[in-house]
Design a protein around this ligand. Structure first.
Ligand SMILES: NC(=O)c1ccc[n+]([C@@H]2O[C@H](COP(=O)([O-])OP(=O)(O)OC[C@H]3O[C@@H](n4cnc5c(N)ncnc54)[C@H](O)[C@@H]3O)[C@@H](O)[C@H]2O)c1
Length: 258
């Protein structure tokens, strides 16, 4: 019989987690599951109103305003978390933007902004987290939210996004290699289409024809919910995945099979 009961392996009691972009959408779903498992979650987001409301609803959570495009905000996020909670065990790099623009029409600033948040911010947060975890000697867990677009483009108009998410995939593998001796596991989830505010509302959302075409190619016949990603993030944050690092877990209802 295994030494640790299953009910203990899924608990995160006493641990501190940061979820970037945790105010809404997938990040909010992940924050909710981590809180349910016993962690205190810092919701790091640019949306103060939604972030504060989410932290309040979840209970064992707090909000810190942090723009992932700002190196200073990211440093402050890790420092303040360790200062306030005395530790940081889990980092979920979820914040990301996906504005639609064909490459031929894209402004350089738009390309830079996507990369600043989706890839450079993820790198800076991972590095600051790892430095803190190594200083404490406690190991840790990083869960990166990539995309099925890390592996295959979903449609025209996402060239900057796809390049950034392809970068997240290789960053995950490379950083996992570097961090393994420090007891820090680094994995990536590749979500398929998930119903979130970003898909349905922000900046005009995803074009309607793309949503229809996308669903037609999902073998499981439905869009995903934030909790479909959150439960996988929980597995990757707990000892249930204790020997898993540098892995990519596709959670897409079979979309990449078609
Ligand atoms: N929804 C999908 O279908 C889907 C599919 C694949 C991957 N993803 C990825 O999942 C992640 C979350 O997507 P979502 O659909 O939940 O998005 P969303 O737009 O619904 O929510 C994103 C959250 O991130 C925050 N955010 C945006 N820019 C930020 C910044 N600069 N700094 C800090 N926070 C910021 C927003 O305020 C918001 O709370 C993204 O990385 C996205 O690329 C989403």
């Amino acid at each position: 019989m295994p030494e640790t009961p299953l009910s203990e392996m899924i608990r995160l009691d006493g641990q501190a987690a940061i979820v970037t972009g945790g105010a809404k959408g997938i990040g909010r779903g992940i924050a909710a599951r981590l809180v349910e498992a016993g962690a205190h979650v810092v919701i790091a987001d640019v949306d103060e109103q939604a972030g504060t409301a989410t932290a309040c609803e979840l209970g064992a959570a707090s909000f810190q305003r942090a723009d992932l495009a700002s190196a200073r905000d990211i440093e402050a996020l890790i420092e303040d978390t360790v200062g306030r909670l005395g530790r940081v065990d889990i980092l979920v790099n979820n914040a990301g933007i996906y504005p639609f623009s064909p490459a031929l029409e894209m402004a350089i600033d738009d390309w830079d902004r996507v990369h600043a948040i989706n890839l450079r911010g993820l790198f800076l947060a991972s590095r600051a987290f790892a430095r803190a975890a190594i200083a404490r000697g406690s190991g840790g867990v990083i869960v990166n939210i990539g995309s099925i677009d890390s592996l295959h483009p979903s449609g025209v108009g996402l060239v900057a996004y796809d390049a950034s998410k392809g970068g997240v995939l290789m960053f995950t593998r490379s950083f996992a290699l570097e961090m393994a001796p420090h007891g820090i596991r680094v994995n990536m989830i590749a979500p398929g289409g998930i119903t979130t505010e970003g898909v349905t509302t922000a900046q005009g959302g995803v074009p309607t024809d793309l949503i229809t075409q996308f669903l037609a190619r999902v073998p499981m016949g439905r869009w995903g919910e934030p909790d479909d990603i959150a439960t996988m993030a929980l597995v990757l944050s707990t000892p249930l995945s204790g020997y898993v690092t540098g892995a990519v877990v596709v959670v897409d209802g079979g979309r990449l099979l078609t």
